[in-house]
Design a protein. Structure first.
Length: 255
């Protein structure tokens, strides 16, 4: 009888924990007033999984989980089925680990230029690195960066910022004002506001991009979660998107 009661107690406890976990997930994925959830916390309904992905984009414990090894032949990133114009996007993300030792991270100055030594050579840092990002309005060129670089996540349009022909004032605007990332393994929160061709980025309640007009930003398009990284002979040859996302909420803006 004592063993039976003990088993019932354990079963009741496990059942309660299961109910609590389900409730916690439901509360966690509850959009704020005026926002809609782009991710339901259960599956990838509403998202375009890359053809031939092989299950590498998946849902684990109520979050979107990616191992950076999509088997898709073409675009390996994950995109929403819906398209959007002006919006406020809130989402939580965390880099699970940073296994790639990046030997070529530039020393980026506050104006977005790269520091150089007395001979004019670019200075580089060696750091553990991972890499992903959020694509805006269907364009992989218009990206809010997620990475381990000391300049911090939230940088806009890496290619444009790094282009030496980009005007100095625009390069400065594309560069994060501050490093607001939490350590690898911890959750971070973006709030990205896109209105017309202007984009503002807040990371962990700190404004990293006050607002900048992005050249060539489409008027409307899907939201994308970036794939990055590849392996050769079982080893990473670039910083991988070992990343998770949750609480992906969007509020359309009427103009």
């Amino acid at each position: 009888m004592r063993n039976s009661r003990a088993c019932l107690t354990v079963a009741s406890t496990l059942l309660a924990l299961g109910v609590l976990s389900a409730c916690a997930l439901a509360v966690e994925n509850q959009p704020p007033p005026g926002f809609v959830a782009l991710f339901n916390g259960r599956d990838l309904t509403g998202w375009k999984v890359p053809e031939g992905d092989g299950g590498h984009w998946r849902v684990v414990d109520g979050v979107i989980d990616y191992d950076a090894e999509s088997a898709a032949k073409g675009d390996k990133s994950l995109w929403t089925e819906r398209t959007f114009g002006d919006f406020v996007l809130r989402l939580d993300w965390r880099l699970k680990e940073a296994p790639y030792q990046n030997q070529h991270v530039p020393y980026i100055l506050p104006d977005g230029s790269h520091a150089r030594d007395h001979l004019g050579r670019e200075k580089h840092l060696v750091i553990p690195d991972a890499d992903s990002g959020v694509f805006l309005r269907g364009s992989s060129d218009h990206q809010v960066n997620i990475w381990c670089w000391p300049i911090g996540s939230g940088e806009l349009m890496y290619g444009l910022r790094a282009d030496p022909t980009t005007p100095a004032d625009l390069r400065t605007l594309l560069t994060p004002r501050t490093q607001a990332d939490r350590p690898v393994g911890e959750w971070n929160r973006f709030e990205i506001t896109v209105r017309g061709d202007s984009t503002r980025v807040v990371l962990n309640d700190r404004v990293v991009i006050p607002g900048v007009r992005l050249p060539g930003l489409p008027a409307r398009g899907a939201i994308g979660l970036q794939h990055h990284g590849a392996k050769r002979d079982g080893q990473w040859v670039g910083p991988p998107s070992l990343i998770q996302y949750r609480n992906i909420f969007l509020r359309p803006i009427d103009r």
